[in-house]
Design a protein around this ligand. Sequence first.
Ligand code: SF4
Ligand code: SF4
Length: 204
Amino acid sequence: MALATDIKPPPSAPKLIEDLTFLNEVVERTAGVSRLEMCIQCGTCGGSCPSAADMDHTPRMLFAMIRAGMRQAVLMSNTPWICVSCYHCVVRCPQNVHIADVMYTLKSMAIEAKLYRDSTAPDFSKTFVDMVEEYGRSYEFGLATRHYLKHFPLRLPGMSPMALGMLTKERMSIRPKRIKNIKQLKAILQRAKELDVKAQRPVA
Ligand code: SF4
Ligand code: SF4
């Protein structure tokens, strides 16, 4: 008969070590505080998102993939590019995750890694940023015209009725309007760029 002292304890289960490198990278690269690590996977963001139907992963799923270290799949996802920064999810997230800001980070990382699938998307983003730097605000008419002329010229005539409707209802202006204190804004943006370069410079 086996004595109690002869019974060996079962081997302990192997420890699961989570690799949070990618998650930490996204968190660090997001301007301000992202709170991405606080996501509880409740799905409120996807349920609130007007663009979710066109996304290949809902924001909730994308954040789970980030936690799982699926770098390539995340950076190839169309989700950040489909996000229209409406902030609907941000105001409803119970964990106050700065979802739209994380989407910007992912876009920038996808451009760096050249993993975006829609080759026109980074160009659209760059034109948008250039216009904000020039006028201090978005200039929708110029942005859309330039984008369609450059990438989809044959689709331009089909867009005309919508553009005309927006122009006549004054939802869009044919000429760009520059904000009053554009010089201050340019100085702020210049300083931000300098700080960004400094932050990315490797320590010697
Ligand atoms: S709403 Fe917030 S906590 Fe819920 S899944 Fe989305 S990011 Fe995570
Ligand atoms: S900010 Fe982006 S992800 Fe959030 S609800 Fe709006 S479109 Fe969807």
